[in-house]
Write a protein that binds this ligand. Structure first.
Ligand code: OFO
Length: 176
């Protein structure tokens, strides 16, 4: 049985993952409209992955005898200055998610909830990967700059980072 304090923070994290999924949808849509098809594909896929992160928490809370709460949807920022601006927002969002996940891990230890501590390790590893991924994308802007055709080549490089973790037929995300 989950302690209510843990249930509250896990439900808060459901809201954070849901908000992340909508943020990535807004990033993807902006890229799509501006003609950055590679980045759009990558970000649509990431939006689906964030929903999967939310669902993993959703099922965990209910499986452990708690009650998962469907979070309200906040309208994310829709307009961005540039492709680089989109990825700066994405990186900032990942850093914030990491902080929230680490706070959950710390609380689990404080409350001696080793089962949830073990469950949350998956998110800790995931955040490490995602922060590295978005930092590496921002590095591409630093390396080649945003002049001339360079944005086209960055867009092509970003598409290569797609994991194929979304089922093209259903749009549903698989583990990733
Ligand atoms: Fe950015 O990944 Fe969810 O947790």
């Amino acid at each position: 049985m989950l302690k209510s304090l843990i249930e509250v923070v896990l439900n808060k994290q459901i809201g954070i993952e849901s908000a992340a999924s909508y943020k990535y949808l807004a990033f993807a849509s902006w890229c799509d409209v501006e003609g950055y098809s590679g980045a759009a594909k990558f970000l649509y896929e990431h939006s689906d992955e964030e929903r999967m992160h939310m669902m993993k928490l959703f099922r965990y809370i209910n499986d452990k005898g708690g009650k998962s709460i469907v979070p309200p949807i906040e309208k994310p920022q829709q307009d961005f200055k540039s492709l680089k601006d989109v990825f700066e927002h994405a990186y900032k969002s990942e850093v914030e998610v990491t902080e929230a996940i680490h706070q959950i891990a710390a609380l689990c230890l404080q409350e001696a909830d080793f089962t949830t501590y073990n469950f949350i390790q998956w998110y800790i590893n995931e955040q490490l990967e995602e922060e590295n991924l978005y930092r590496s994308i921002l590095d591409k802007f630093k390396l080649v700059g945003e002049e001339g055709n360079n944005l086209y080549f960055i867009d092509v490089e970003i598409e290569k980072l797609c994991k194929g973790s979304t089922n093209p037929a259903t749009g549903a995300a698989t583990e990733g």
